[in-house]
Design a binder for this molecule. Structure first.
Ligand code: GUN
Length: 295
C-alpha cells in the first residue's frame, strides 16, 4: 500500500484564498492593506530567492510590501536603525529580517529589536515565551503551517504521539510548543528527538505522527517508522544528481520511496511543508494588521 500524499500546495492555496477574502474585507471596511517589510542583508542566494518569493506572494494577495536590501558589510547599528524605522511605519504591520545574517551582526539582538506586535516570524523572545505559556500570539510560520497541514488533511494530532526529530528555534522547538497546547488541533503527546540520540529509531518507531526537521538528506527511512504513521517532512536538502539538468535535486529528511510504503500519509518534497511557510507569513501579517486597528 502506498501512502496518501498530503498536498501542501493545495492546502496552501485554500488558506491564501481565505486570507485574500479577509484582506479585501479589511480594505473595504477600514481602508487598510496589510503591510510587510523585508530586510535582506548581503547576497546569500537562497535568501534572495526566499525574499523575492515572499514579496511576490504579498503582491498576489493584495498586501503592501517593501524590501530593503542592505550590503553584506552593513553594521549592526545600521540594521537596527532600519528595523526601528519599519517598527514606526504605520503602513507596515510585519517586519521580517531574513536570516542568516552576516557574521558581524548579532542575530539575537536583531530579533529582539523587532516590535513584538510586528514580529510575523514569531521569533521575538516575548512571542516565544507567550507560545510556551499558552497565550495567543504570533507563531513561527513553518510550524504553524505544519499544524494546518495536519488538521486540514484529516490527521488531527489530538491524543496522538507526535515525535519531532530536530530541535531548531525555527521548527523543532516551536512545533513542540504548538502541538502541546490544550486546544483542538493540538493536544498531542510530544517527544522531541534529535541527532544526539544514541538510537533515533527507538523514538521514531513510537510515532503516530513523525515530524522530520533535521536538515540531513533522507536519514529517516521506512524501516524506522511505525506501520501507518503520518509523516511530515520539513527537510529541503540539495543533493548532487548528475542526471538532473542543473546537477542537483531537492530531497527531504525522509527517504520517500521506503517511507511511503509504510506510512499512512506523507508530505512530498517539494510540495508539502514548503508552500505552507509563506502562506502562514501572510496569515500572520493579516493578523498583525487586524490587531493594529483601534477598537
Ligand atoms: N531564514 C530561513 N527561514 C527563515 C524564516 O522563516 N524567517 C526568516 N526571517 N529568515 C529565515
Amino acid at each position: 500500500m502506498s501512502a496518501e500524499i498530503i498536498d501542501g500546495k493545495k492546502i496552501a492555496e485554500e488558506i491564501r484564498r481565505e486570507v485574500k477574502e479577509e484582506t479585501e474585507r479589511l480594505k473595504a471596511t477600514y481602508g487598510i492593506a496589510p503591510g510587510l517589510a523585508f530586510v535582506l542583508v548581503g547576497d546569500n542566494p537562497a535568501s534572495q530567492v526566499y525574499v523575492r518569493m515572499k514579496g511576490k506572494a504579498c503582491e498576489e494577495i493584495g498586501f503592501y510590501s517593501v524590501t530593503e536590501r542592505m550590503p553584506a558589510e552593513t553594521l549592526e547599528a545600521e540594521l537596527l536603525r532600519k528595523v526601528d524605522e519599519f517598527n514606526r511605519d504605520p503602513r507596515v504591520h510585519g517586519v521580517l529580517v531574513q536570516l542568516p545574517l552576516p557574521k558581524q551582526i548579532n542575530e539575537a539582538r536583531v530579533i529582539e529589536s523587532v516590535d513584538p506586535r510586528k514580529d510575523v516570524d514569531g521569533f521575538h523572545p516575548t512571542n516565544v515565551g507567550k507560545l510556551v505559556i499558552g497565550v495567543d500570539t504570533m507563531r513561527p510560520c513553518t510550524p504553524a503551517g505544519i499544524q494546518e497541514l495536519l488538521i486540514r488533511s484529516g490527521n488531527d494530532p489530538s491524543g496522538k504521539h507526535v515525535v519531532v526529530v530536530g530541535r531548531s528555534n525555527i521548527v523543532g522547538k516551536p512545533i513542540v510548543n504548538i502541538l502541546l497546547q490544550k486546544q483542538s488541533g493540538a493536544n498531542a503527546v510530544v517527544t522531541i528527538a534529535h541527532t544526539g540520540a544514541r538510537d533515533l529509531t527507538v523514538y521514531t518507531k513510537m510515532a503516530d505522527i513523525l515530524i522530520a526537521a533535521i536538515g540531513k538528506p533522507e536519514i529517516i527511512t521506512g524501516a524506522m517508522l511505525k506501520e501507518g504513521a503520518v509523516v511530515i517532512d520539513v527537510g529541503t536538502n540539495r543533493v548532487d544528481d548528475p542526471s538532473a539538468k542543473n546537477g542537483y535535486r531537492i530531497v527531504g529528511d525522509v527517504h520517500y520511496a521506503s517511507a511511503s510504503v509504510v506510512a499512512k500519509a506523507i508530505t512530498p518534497v517539494p510540495g508539502g511543508v514548503g508552500p505552507m511557510t509563506i502562506t502562514m507569513l501572510l496569515k500572520n501579517t493579516l493578523q498583525a494588521a487586524k490587531a493594529s486597528i483601534q477598537p
